[in-house]
Design a protein around this ligand. Structure first.
Ligand SMILES: [Zn+2]
Length: 394
């Protein structure tokens, strides 16, 4: 009877011991299910002490207890406990290595799915003529391609807000524009075909490259029809004569479309003794007895002014106090252009009082008025000017 009782107590002890170890492993496995697996890929410097404890102590604890149980079970030469312990240990190790099968919730968090790349189809044409440009290399976020005979190329990139598209090649002046890359789309970009424009002259007229070649200016120009306010008195209060005021008005009306490649015309003309300086959309013509030369003007400035000399006899032409050449020259400044080494925008004196913008001045001005304000040398649009995707609503 005592033997039976003793055997029973021993049996109870073994069962209790097995139950204790099993419960411990179940608890530790359960804990490992709730582990934050992203901690393993977190840079060490960003881990807190709690993270480190969680990562490092738990597996050590589990493996130590498991190893101890295994040793004990084999030493006791039990028939089932060694194998049970081994099975539990393997399960624990597998749960840590993340290959415990699809049914286990301990599998690591699946990686965030990468967004599908978008395709940008680019049509490259020649500024002005609009003809397709072949052999132009395009680059967008590291992806590259070259235009085919139709001036087309395709580039793939990760979807986002905007990205800079760079176009290069021996056939063009390097071009750079911002494009919206939210979804697969097409975009048309024009580039200056090599040889289609005198680039040196273009830099003089549009970037102040003649007077300050080391400090090329970003593009300044009007973005709407200018309204013109013509002051009828000079700064000393003397009235300007009617032929002069008529010549100024007619010449400005005729020349704004020339300087803007037909994009803009004079919206309205007002005459008076006030000013519209500082008022957006307006260009003020005023008169001075002291200004040097025949005139001066602000470059490409809305709300800016043109100031003519009202006293110097050499500035006269016919019945007008100021020659049409001077009016067209100062208007050229006002529309965004600088001095050149020749033609109408050459600074200084003119023998011809009725000079018009030359062919190359018109060609360079046409490119300028096909570019956004802020376009920089050689042909780079500012980051703030984005070629957006067309949208349609009903
Ligand atoms: Zn000038």
């Amino acid at each position: 009877m005592r033997a039976h009782v003793h055997a029973f107590i021993v049996k109870i002890g073994k069962v209790a011991r097995f139950a204790f170890f099993s419960a411990m492993f179940v608890a530790l496995i359960a804990l490992s299910f709730g582990a934050d697996w992203s901690l393993w890929s977190t840079p060490f410097a960003q881990l807190t002490m709690g993270d480190l404890t969680w990562i490092m102590l738990k597996p050590v604890l589990i493996l130590a207890i498991g190893y101890g149980w295994l040793l004990w079970a084999f030493a006791e030469k039990k028939t089932y406990e060694p194998w049970a312990a081994l099975a539990v240990l393997i399960l624990v190790v597998m749960s840590f290595s993340g290959c415990s099968g699809s049914s286990s919730p301990s599998a690591p968090t699946p990686p965030v799915p990468q967004p599908q790349p978008i395709t940008l189809t680019v049509h490259v044409t020649s500024t002005g003529s609009g003809s397709p440009l072949a052999g132009v290399a395009g680059e967008l976020g590291g992806a590259t391609a070259v235009t085919n005979g139709d001036g087309g190329l395709q580039l793939q990139t990760a979807p986002g807000a905007t990205q800079r598209l760079n176009l290069t090649g021996s056939g063009i002046v390097p071009r750079s524009v911002m494009v919206a890359v939210g979804a697969t789309r097409e975009v048309s970009v024009d580039a200056i075909a090599a040889g289609s424009v005198d680039l040196l002259f273009y830099r003089q007229l549009v970037r102040n490259g003649f007077e300050q070649p080391a400090n090329l200016q970003p593009l300044r120009r009007w973005t709407r029809n200018p309204s013109v306010y013509i002051r009828t008195v000079d700064e000393a209060g003397h009235q300007l004569d009617a032929p002069t005021l008529a010549t100024v008005e007619q010449t400005i009306r005729a020349t704004v479309p020339i300087w803007t490649n037909g994009q803009f015309r004079v919206e309205a003309v007002e005459r008076g003794t006030e000013t519209r300086e500082g008022t957006d959309g307006w260009l003020t013509v005023k008169w001075s007895t002291t200004v040097a030369g025949c005139g001066q003007a602000q470059v490409g400035q809305e709300g800016g002014f043109i100031e003519f000399q009202s006293q110097t006899r050499s500035c006269r032409f016919g019945t007008s106090t100021v020659a049409p050449t001077v009016i067209r020259h100062e208007l050229g400044h006002a529309m965004g252009f600088w001095h050149t080494d020749a033609d109408l925008m050459k600074g200084g004196n003119w023998t011809n009082g009725n000079l018009e913008p030359s062919a190359r001045e018109r060609a360079a001005a046409a490119i300028a008025y096909a570019r956004p304000v802020g376009n920089a040398d050689p042909d780079q649009d500012p980051a703030s000017v984005v070629t957006l995707a067309p949208m349609r609503v009903q």
